[in-house]
Design a protein. Sequence first.
Length: 232
Amino acid sequence: MPSVLITGASDGIGRALVECYRSKGWTVIAHGRRQASRVAPQLPAQVKYVEADLNMPTEDTIARVAQATPDSLDLAILNAGMGVVAPPERTTPAQINDMIAVNTTAPLLLAQALFPRLQAAQGKLTFIGSTAARGAHRDFAVYAATKAALSGAARSLRLEWEGRVPVQIIHPGPTATGMHDKAGLGDIAARKYFTAPDRVARAIETAIEGDKPSVRFGPLFMLRHAIAGSRT
């Protein structure tokens, strides 16, 4: 039975990915920041939940997540992320540090810790980025910078680990998750066109099954799936 680690699995895309891979019979290790007593009962049966706060990615925190996975790991989907919607001049140092920690530092430290386990299984490492990493977006300067940094790191790791662990990055567009509420996006009209997490998760699964090192779900993709979701 193949195994997968999915970070940021408390809700949104991560939770949808847990449902997706567990329904296929995979062994799923789900990571989240929320208390296990609150999250674990809501997850599918036989999903292992590991609680860890990636806002503070210490050596112990990273080790706890890595050690929750099998010695031979088939797939790691590093999906955990956070954002703050604010003009750059009003983004606090603490908010900047948190976004860097969760969106860039933690996935790189996890990639390092998981490398031997992925190599043992000839497994794959998939980062979840964002279409915000390309182009310019008002009030998303820091978030976009952290995802752009992750994209650059993915390209370099792909070269470093060629022939040992395939590295991929997938860039979804706007998705209807709780992250936007926590980020302070507000009730803007465009949110009705955000894509449902389960549809994004299925698209991510398909992309992972392919061999493209970088996949971007552009505006047309997201709009098409958002409209389809509104009709079901």
